[in-house]
Design a protein around this ligand. Structure first.
Ligand code: NAD
Length: 454
């Protein structure tokens, strides 16, 4: 099939590469000329494991091309995907201007029947909006259909998610329109759900809102755990073992961030209000999430005698989650800004996202090239992203390099008994606090490689 994907970001580029890999002839279009130029040179605009190899293979085999020419891309294609951004507007609603301009460009190029597929996350009713925009702007009496095919991939595992989605949702106006999409996805051999357009649009928001609810719920339980000395990871394990609940999205932490959950929860609240409804539960989910980082920062300030003014605070992890370079709504930005405002001297390290983070952080933040460099002479080290390499750190070495072995873990990546044994002051989320400071100084001394010898 000839496929055009408009918008070559996390979703568009992955979708284009996967459809090409399935044997289709795909053109990925973007208005950002520099991005397209770099893609033509084989340089990926985003970090996504496995993407570069897949793009390269499909470009070499002639199934995947990149262009800024939307009209040409649309004209050659049977199916046109819209995968542009849908950022939040100030009032929490969804800014549909990118969708509108993509639809207008499709209309101008429409020369024969095509299926236009909304893959961007859009409020219920946007399929109708896209239909109206195309009707109004098309140059000839050509037929078209608008389908909703929401995307559920997760950054960091986008390729695997695209090849093995739990379900593929196709919201189509008629059965025969859905069949064309069914054919496109058939090689994946994954469950497909055919619905009307409204339901498909709502499935995406309801799913993200539900996952956000699980996160805010477990974080509220974590607060209770902290009060009584219970362990939220054990509570979550016990809950998750119940098949009706499931273990996913029950990791307590600093709250949800990233490019989807914050905007999608707000958008659904806004949609409900516009329809005369109020989703109290979702408003509570957002309010719970909004105070997570404040609470974390307050704990840091309380633990550091005399505050963090003039203290060296190391930050491990900047990306909103591991295996991505995406900094949109990353919790690290909130925490770093708050500590910086209190006078902390920040030194940060992230394996991938440092360049994306720099414009979002105060100019005097220092960037290290390794975790160990972050730890050197630090008064406090904070874990903001659960990158695998942080889980595998030589903690004895980290401890020996720090001025004070005080570690705040916003992602619960270390076992409490280990931190206890090592003698850190270790603060995590929803688990008892370990206070080991001082103990280690009498039982350990730094070896020549910085490793503490006990
Ligand atoms: P992105 O910002 O990474 O990419 C969007 C791209 O669209 C940009 O490169 C931009 O230049 C391009 N664009 C905008 N208007 C255009 C136009 N008129 N013509 C051509 N190109 C245009 O966004 P993303 O993260 O890929 O998200 C895209 C959509 O998918 C959003 O609605 C998002 O909510 C949804 N989504 C994202 C994820 C995710 O994990 N990122 C997952 C599921 C769904």
């Amino acid at each position: 099939m000839y496929v055009c994907v408009i918008g070559t970001g996390y979703v568009g580029l992955t979708t284009g590469a996967v459809f090409a890999d399935l044997g289709n002839d795909v053109v990925c279009v973007d208005k950002a000329a520099a991005k397209i130029e770099r893609l033509r040179q084989g340089i990926m605009p985003i970090y996504e494991p496995g993407l570069e190899e897949m793009v390269k293979r499909n470009v070499e085999e002639g199934r995947l091309t990149f262009s800024t020419d939307t009209a040409a891309g649309v004209k050659r294609s049977d199916v046109v995907f819209i995968a542009v951004g849908t950022p939040p507007a100030k009032d929490g609603s969804t800014d549909l201007s990118q969708v509108e301009s993509a639809a207008t460009e499709i209309a101008h190029a429409l020369d024969k029947y095509k299926i236009v597929v909304n893959k961007s996350t859009v409020p219920v009713g946007t399929g109708d909006f896209v239909r109206r925009v195309i009707e109004k702007n098309k140059k000839s009496a050509v037929e078209f259909d608008v389908v909703s095919n929401p995307e559920f991939l997760r950054e960091g595992s986008a390729i695997a998610d695209s090849f093995h989605p739990d379900r593929i949702v196709i919201g189509a106006p008629r059965q025969n329109v859905a069949m064309a999409l069914l054919e496109l996805y058939a090689p994946l051999e994954r469950p497909m759900l055919i619905t009307d357009v409204f339901s498909a649009e709502l499935i995406k928001y309801a799913s993200n809102a539900f996952l956000a609810t699980k996160i805010s719920f477990i974080n509220s339980i974590a607060d209770i755990c902290e009060r009584v000395g219970a362990d939220v990871s054990l509570v979550a394990k016990g809950m998750g073992a119940d098949a009706r609940i499931g273990k996913e999205f029950l990791q307590a932490g600093l709250g949800y961030g990233g490019s989807c959950f914050p905007k999608d929860t707000l958008s659904l609240i806004h949609t409900a209000k516009a329809l005369g409804e109020k989703i109290d539960i979702l408003e509570a989910v957002v309010a719970t999430n909004d105070v997570r980082t404040n609470r974390f920062v307050a704990r840091i300030l309380e633990a550091c005698e005399g505050g963090v003014g003039g203290k060296r605070v190391g930050v491990l992890g900047l990306a909103f989650k591991p295996n991505t370079d995406d900094m949109r709504d990353a919790k690290s930005v909130e925490v770093i800004k708050a500590l910086h405002a209190e006078g902390a001297k920040i030194i940060a390290y992230d394996p991938i996202s440092t360049e994306n983070a720099k414009p979002m952080l105060p100019p005097d933040v220092e960037y290290a090239s390794s975790s160990y460099e972050v730890a050197r002479d630090a008064d406090v080290v904070i874990i903001m992203t659960e990158w695998n390499e942080f889980k595998l750190l030589n903690l004895e070495k980290i401890q020996a390099m720090m001025s004070n072995p005080v570690l705040f873990d916003g992602r619960n990546i270390y076992a409490l008994d280990r931190m206890d044994r090592l003698g850190f002051d270790y603060y995590s989320i929803g688990r008892r606090t370990i206070r080991g400071r001082g103990r280690v100084a009498t039982t350990a001394q730094a070896g020549t490689d910085g490793r503490a010898v006990t």
